[in-house]
Design a protein around this ligand. Structure first.
Ligand code: CP3
Length: 354
């Protein structure tokens, strides 16, 4: 195995000292980069890009080649590859986001739901992980990921993104047994999927609970959090490699104490939560990742600098902070604004580390 040349991101996950605050960005390989748009065009469309390990490797490395100050890379793929492999028929209608041909609406379909054969139906992702690890040559660690069962279920039941979640919430309130069946099956699929990514060489895993915050507190405790807990504890039992984990619930800032019970090494914070207050709540228990509002990158260099510094000040001295955005970078971001953010993090954060 290649030795990592820069392991500050992993050190921060373990709350070990680093010379500066490490940083990466959610969706760092994406449409705001002209080189990404060129590769996507070569692939034909987004899904074909995900399904081509050579091109997925190419786009994973693009942000690293452009920005020398990034401390981590993330597998280029999508959370919806799992429900696609479960037979729901994922497609992206131009300009409309993800959709499923066969959303889960009737009981008979829900009862028929099957765990995919990872080595066959998701082989392209596992192949991409192996290729990316090779291509990285130990530059920075590689993050593997999955959606949370609840977040995947929102797409599987609603059939698309950008909804008000009324279809899945109606199911949660009227037929919780059906929803739990979807969540249980998806939990098993996600566990096997993340296990395969770990075997193929990812250095950490992140669970994206992008729509956990759409639930009530009680709903979060019933439909989202416990399934993430099952995934992480089963992975701990299955894996000989002990790799750290990150859990990100968008809109989950009010439930940090609950999130601590899951056993992840880090919690991701969206931009709504004050990172100083979050740090007081978590104490020495976990690392915090976040939490710059991605919209600030649309503004001007002075505003970006000021907000980056404010977040670093609010976290304060010591290890256990990974700088990131509070959600994915938007496609309208001028790429040079990312330089401003990265330079500010690198220069300004050193004072907080001994
Ligand atoms: O972070 C990275 O660089 C790795 C790649 C990555 C993508 N999607 C690529 C992508 C990751 C980690 C994801 C996760 C993902 N996908 C999430 C969880 C994180 C989050 O944003 O909350 C979710 C909810 C999805 C589902 C999804 N995929 C949506 C809603 C969309 C459309 C919205 C949009 O931004 O267009 C996608 C498409 C998608 N996934 C794109 C990329 C780069 C854009 C597609 C394109 O190139 O046209």
């Amino acid at each position: 195995m290649t030795q990592l040349k820069n392991d500050n991101f992993l050190k921060a996950l373990h709350r070990e000292p680093t010379p500066y605050t490490p940083v990466w960005m959610m969706r760092q390989a994406g449409r705001y980069l002209p080189e990404y748009r060129a590769t996507r065009q070569k692939a034909g469309d987004f899904l074909s890009l995900c399904k081509n390990p050579n091109l997925a490797t190419e786009v994973t490395l693009q942000p690293l080649d452009r920005y020398s100050l990034l401390d981590a890379s993330i597998l280029f793929s999508d959370i919806l590859t799992v429900p696609d492999a479960m037979g729901l028929g994922l497609y992206f209608a131009a300009g409309e986001g993800p959709k499923f041909e066969r959303p889960l609406r009737i009981e008979a379909d829900i009862q028929k739901l099957k765990i995919p054969d990872i080595d066959k139906d998701l082989k392209y992702v596992i192949d991409a992980v192996s290729q990316i690890k090779k291509a990285l040559q130990g530059r920075v660690p590689l993050i593997g990921f999955s959606g949370s069962p609840w977040t995947l279920a929102t797409y599987m039941v609603e059939g698309q993104g950008g909804t008000d979640f009324l279809t899945i919430k109606k199911m949660a309130y009227s037929r919780p047994d059906l929803l739990h069946h979807i969540l249980k099956t998806t939990t098993e699929a996600v566990t096997q999927y993340l296990h395969a990514q770990i075997e193929a060489g990812v250095d950490t895993i992140m669970i994206f609970d992008s729509w956990g915050g759409a639930l009530s507190h009680q709903g979060y405790l019933e439909f989202s959090l416990p399934y993430m807990k099952v995934i992480l504890s089963n992975l701990k039992m299955m894996n000989t490699k002990k790799i750290p984990s990150i859990m990100f619930t968008k809109g989950g800032g009010l439930w940090i104490e609950d999130q601590l019970t899951v056993g992840s090494d880090a919690l991701g914070l969206d931009w709504q939560t004050d990172i100083g207050i979050a740090r007081q709540k978590v104490g020495e228990k976990v690392t915090l990742q976040g939490n710059l509002d991605p919209a600030i990158l649309l503004s001007k260099p002075e505003a970006i600098e000021k907000e980056v510094k404010r977040i670093l000040d609010r976290y304060g001295k010591g290890s256990g902070h990974i700088f990131n955005l509070g959600h994915g970078i938007t496609e309208h971001t001028p790429p040079e604004h990312v330089d401003v953010m990265l330079n500010t993090v690198r220069e300004y954060s050193q004072q907080f580390h001994a």
